[in-house]
Design a protein around this ligand. Structure first.
Ligand SMILES: Cc1cc2nc3c(=O)[nH]c(=O)nc-3n(C[C@H](O)[C@H](O)[C@H](O)COP(=O)(O)O)c2cc1C
Length: 364
């Protein structure tokens, strides 16, 4: 935890932005997208996770370290060059919708201060895939893998065919620019979307078929397609979805999305929306364990409440191949990726592990 950030920088930013969490976000993103900022961040961040022991090949993509940035921070892929410099081993942008949309009415992002958590009901505010493609083209390509979180336009979220068409439209437009895709069927803030999990087998068949067609067109191998599931599902529903995902050799799981639960959060902090940060960590671990038991060989990305190296190590032990952070990056410690990477390296040294993949020996 960075005291200087929590007690100095962050309160100042909030004061400057009228104590409005979303305004703080836009203010920070404005600065992060400036061309000179990546150089500054590179100098300030303590080590950027380039230890060879942390490298792993995941579904044909080289991940230099196991700490990725989760979706939602950079919705429109405007600041990837700077975000890379914080030591992330991968960057997921989006959710991207085919058509631009404003998302839910404001206010829609809230702090739960004493839990270092957030509640959001953004509702896929997106500039639309065309603009996102332009943004990506105008940036140097990051040296770490980048993934596109595929979302849907609000009015189409109730119809499985339209949902599927939205995923594929964005996938086609972004195919050249990204290393992997994440199909988001788990956002709480778009009514109807979570119900589409019932149609997952059919959807995945279609999306994977389009993946092969796009790959042929571009003359490349098909890209990994992850599915991001909610941790609010019934266990049997979750297991059924995991089994559907694991049918595809280039498929994987992101577990979990921000949650409708209010685990450990006091009643007065209950604006509607999705909870993220430390209160959902145990829920995430539970779902990673279930998924690993169902699908021993599937790639699993752990997302939910990871704040430090100890959390990441627990997730890797539980069955995750890599992990992602969002809330801890913005609420607790902007250097969280670099701190986690250093902590994981220390742990591996202590346990005489030579590569991050050695965690897999704990999964049985
Ligand atoms: C403000 C905000 C916006 C988010 N937007 C998205 C999104 O567009 N797509 C998505 O799959 N997840 C989104 N998420 C969820 C995060 O990617 C992540 O899965 C979740 O917050 C749990 O991780 P964390 O506890 O490290 O934040 C969002 C989270 C927050 C806080």
């Amino acid at each position: 935890m960075s005291i200087w950030y929590q007690w100095g920088v962050r309160p100042s930013l909030y004061a400057l932005c009228g104590f409005d969490a979303e305004r703080v976000h836009h203010f920070v993103m404005y600065w992060l997208r400036q061309k000179w900022v990546p150089c500054v961040v590179r100098r300030v961040v303590p080590g950027r996770g380039h230890d060879i022991r942390l490298h792993q090949d995941i579904l044909g993509v080289e991940f230099p370290n196991p700490v990725g940035l989760a979706a939602g921070m950079d919705k429109n892929a405007i600041a990837l060059s700077t975000l890379e410099q914080f030591g992330f081993g991968s960057l997921e942008f989006g959710g991207v919708t085919p058509q631009p949309q404003k998302g839910n009415p404001k206010p829609r992002l809230f702090n739960v201060w004493e839990k270092s958590a957030l509640i959001n009901r953004m509702g896929f505010n997106s500039d639309g895939v065309e603009q996102v493609v332009q943004n990506l083209m105008s940036l140097p390509r990051p040296s770490v893998p980048i993934g596109a979180n595929l979302a849907v336009n609000k009015e189409r979220a109730h119809d499985p065919e339209q949902v599927c068409a939205d995923y594929v439209a964005s996938m086609e437009a972004l195919y050249y620019s990204v290393d992997y895709f994440v199909v988001n069927v788990s956002s709480l803030n778009t009514p109807g979307l979570r119900d589409q999990v019932a149609h997952l087998p059919g959807m995945l068949a279609y999306v994977h078929a389009q993946n092969v067609i796009c790959a042929d067109l571009w003359g490349v191998t098909p890209k990994p397609i992850f599915v991001k599931l909610s941790g609010d599902m019934q266990q049997c529903e979750f297991e059924t979805a995991v089994n559907a995902i694991s049918c595809y050799p280039n498929g994987g799981l992101v577990a979990i999305n921000a949650s409708s639960s209010r685990d450990g959060v006091r009643a007065r902090h209950v604006p509607q929306g999705a909870l993220s940060g430390p209160p959902i960590f145990k829920r995430m671990l539970h779902h990673v364990r279930i998924a690993r038991a169902c699908a021993p060989d599937m790639v699993i990305v752990a997302s939910g409440g990871i704040s430090n190296a100890q959390d990441a190590i627990e997730a890797l032990h539980a069955g995750a191949n890599v992990c992602q952070v969002y809330t801890s990056f913005v609420v607790q410690d902007p250097f969280v990726a670099s701190h986690i990477n250093a902590g994981v390296c220390r742990y591996m040294h202590h346990e005489r592990m030579s590569n991050i993949t050695d965690f897999q020996s704990y999964w049985t």
